[in-house]
Design a protein around this ligand. Sequence first.
Ligand code: SF4
Ligand code: SF4
Length: 453
Amino acid sequence: MDYINFAFLILSSGFFLFLSVSSIYEKEKRASLISFLFALIMAPLWGGLIILNSTPVIRIINLTILSFAFIILVISLIKYFPKKPLPNIEKITQFDERDHMFSRMSMQKFPDNSEKYYKLNPDMEAVDKKIAKDPNLGDPGAKFYDKYYSPIVNSAFTLLERTSEIRSGKTSINKNNLDVNEVSKTIRWMANYYGAIEIGITELKEHHLYSHHGRHEKNWGDPVTNKHKYGIVIVVKMDQDMIGQAPSLPVLLESAKQYVESAKIAHLVAEYIRELGYDAVSHIDGNYEILAVPMAKDAGLGEIGRMGILIHRKLGPSVRLSAVTTDMPLPPSDLKDEHIEEFCNICKKCAVNCPTGSVPKEDKPANRNFEHWSIDQQSCYSYWRKSGTDCGFCIRVCPYTKKDTFIHRIIRAYISRNPVNQRIALIMDDIFYGRKFRLKTQDDQKKFFKVSR
Ligand code: SF4
Ligand code: SF4
């Protein structure tokens, strides 16, 4: 028994020490301190059992602890989740881009369109007009506005809008005899080379496309006519230190930066495919014909979490997406179920911490004929306009928002095995990282910019 106790002493102390060091690298002070304390507790616990287990009472306690640890260890290896019903994709209705909060805000500048829209949706008029009175993201008057940093956001979005001209282009006439598997590998390499974390490929389904355009005056209300059969979703990573400043301005600066990065890669990939003789169109922030989140899920990149956005397999919600649609018959990526949705069922950290209560606490409702979570766009976006940032506090608090370190890979693999592991992981996450988080203030923002200059 002493050998087993000794093995547990080394393994448990080693694990918590490693977590403590890894948390220093991640700048997670609380997690580092608590794991260090856990590592300290392990030594007297197992050491005491080794020294004292000659007494019968201690032997019984020791046996009980070892049996319990052994049962937990065996359970942690079991791979089992109850089967989830698959959505009937034939029945899913398309989302109309005109209903999107951003579209409803840009529509305020075009009275003809808004008149048509509010005739059909009278309930939304009062709330939209109220939100539109607050400053635009990046404009003066909002809580986290900064006269030096906020205009960076506007420059990024203006640049993005200018690049919308190059979303499509002429296809080369030299269609080479190409192996699509090799092309897919090359696109993957190319996307990584230019800064993507991962790409996923899927066959396009009807519900991946908006039904109608809604963001720009020129094609407002026109049906989306994209006839491509294949889609590539590009994932770029958001900087954890910037996300850690939520809901202050650094989050919006980071979002804007990563939208630019993801757009750059999407434009390049589309250009590359056209160079090979196939048609391709890039889809970037403000100029999507597709809904990147369900497309990313079907491309095997992750799952749709409680906050209604993609929870990437490795980086959680801390990512931004762009896409390319094409007629090149690229092989779809493998689907991997990491059971993130099951974790969202029990976690609810984003819902508990959202300052506006926009993230649902309830089970997934059926919306557009399939069950999925979506946030209250109005209350969330209203908060964005008042604060002058895109908030991101739900992203900040999510247990999946962790650096892709060795230790978090082990924990993610552990979470993906069964519901018991998920419960244990959630309790540990609450202990190590906390359940309720503090919103960053204007003073925090000032300090952050001062230090990061
Ligand atoms: S915070 Fe929890 S419930 Fe919310 S998306 Fe992340 S894992 Fe899911
Ligand atoms: S971005 Fe902020 S306001 Fe919106 S859902 Fe997330 S936490 Fe709530």
